[in-house]
Design a protein around this ligand. Structure first.
Ligand code: ADP
Length: 397
């Protein structure tokens, strides 16, 4: 046997010996079993403030943990809402809101709370307050800001109410005249003609309103779909002008078109651009003074990357306090005047939505006694080299 072989045998013997000892020990009847059933884990320490803070700190909305009424932890949003010193204090004393006090009392009895409250934090903020007790005297308090959701809900309700009201008025007029024509005016030919004329006007108003409502909902449906069509603007202002020619002539108005010679193409929806121009030029016609010009210009925007189109009139103008609200549905400065001129109160709301869909900007400038200029931008199409166009304006009247 060589020396290496002797060494190998020795190693094997030692290994076998150790294995034997271990097995022997394992199988010894009086030894306690090695794999004991697991000891019950020691109870977790009570929720410690640092760990608690970590978990609620990740929440965006205000969240607090209270023991009874004492605040154990408050995340950043809660500290911002209720003050940095809220931690360690009595929440009922710090906030003193009856609904919150009720919620804390309910939580002490182990009852959860889920209700809406206001009067905490900035004015008009609406909160959904939820209190989840843990059954051991502590509770998680969550505030969800539902202000925006409530505002949207109110807008929807107002919109339906306004639309119904706008439709009901001409409908009531139509119903009234039908009754008159069936009764007292049945044999009165001149009255019949006059009433039929009024009825036609009211029917037109209803159909315009329905058209505008449908346009608005169609535009809203496509809100997140960016237009992809490449569009040449040159000639489109004149096209809308031709459609308005009869009304322009009737009010002795002239249309001045200022189109830059090197106007870049834009990325836009053709029908919607025609609607933008139509609504704005039609407003300039309705609210501008008889015999004055309406100036429509299209030129590359000085900021670059887009084209700016403006429609300006000479008219009474709009007081500054109305400007921020003009694009709200059915908002009118002078309702009677708008209705007499055939307005639906939706023209500028449609304009705003179309411009937003094109990721453009809308600006309304007005001076009382002078007139109004409404401008919007559309994204310029990339030039032949793929780069955005920045051409300089050379005006052609
Ligand atoms: P309307 O159908 O009533 O014209 P719009 O949404 O187009 O509705 O406009 C809202 C309101 O803004 C109008 O009722 C009018 O009071 C005011 N307005 C819009 N354009 C002009 C303008 N060019 N000059 C003066 N007032 C305007």
């Amino acid at each position: 046997m060589s020396q290496t072989e002797i060494l190998e045998v020795a190693v094997l013997l030692v290994a076998a010996l150790i294995f034997g000892i271990v097995i022997g020990r394992l199988t010894k009847p009086d030894d306690p079993p090695v794999f004991k059933p697991a000891e019950p884990a020691p109870p977790l320490p009570a929720a410690e403030p640092p760990a608690t803070r970590i978990s609620i700190e990740a929440m965006v909305d205000p969240a607090l943990i209270v023991a009874g009424e004492t605040v154990l932890a408050a995340n950043q949003a809660a500290r911002q809402l209720l003050g940095e010193r809220v931690i360690g204090r009595d929440l009922g004393m710090t906030v003193r809101h009856p609904a919150l006090l009720d919620a804390l009392a309910a939580a002490r009895e182990g009852l959860g709370v889920d209700r809406e409250i206001s009067g905490i934090g900035p004015a008009n903020t609406a909160w959904r307050l939820r209190v989840e007790p843990d059954g051991e005297g502590r509770a998680l308090i969550l505030f969800d800001d539902v202000t925006q959701a409530r505002a949207t809900e109110r807008m929807r309700v107002d919109f339906v109410a306004n639309a119904s009201h706008e439709l009901r008025t001409p409908l009531a007029t139509l119903a009234g005249f039908i009754e008159t024509l069936q009764g007292p005016a049945a044999e009165d030919e001149p009255a019949r003609q006059r009433f039929l004329g009024i009825m036609a006007t009211e029917a037109d108003r209803m159909s315009r309103l329905i058209d505008d409502l449908l346009s608005l909902s169609r535009i809203e449906l496509d809100k997140y779909v960016r237009p992809s069509e490449r569009l040449t603007l040159a000639g489109m202002i004149a096209e809308v002008g031709a459609a308005l020619q009869v009304r322009l002539d009737a009010d002795q108005r002239t249309l001045v078109i200022e189109e830059a010679a090197d106007l870049p193409d834009v990325i836009a929806d053709r029908d919607q651009v025609l609607q933008l121009l139509h609504n704005l030029m039609s407003n300039a016609l309705k609210y501008g003074h008889t015999g004055t010009p309406i100036t429509v210009s299209a030129r590359p925007d000085p900021d670059g990357g887009c084209v700016r189109i403006s429609v300006a009139d000479v008219g009474d103008g709009i007081a500054p306090e109305h400007l921020p609200r003009l694009t709200e549905r059915f908002y009118r400065v002078d309702s009677q005047r708008s209705r007499t001129m055939g307005g639906t109160g939706l023209g500028l709301a449609i304009v705003k939505h179309i411009v937003e869909r094109h990721r453009g900007r809308l600006e309304i400038e007005s001076k009382l006694g002078e007139g109004t200029k409404v401008s919007f931008t559309l994204p310029a199409a990339p030039g032949a080299d793929g780069a955005p166009r920045h051409g300089t304006a050379t005006e052609a009247s």
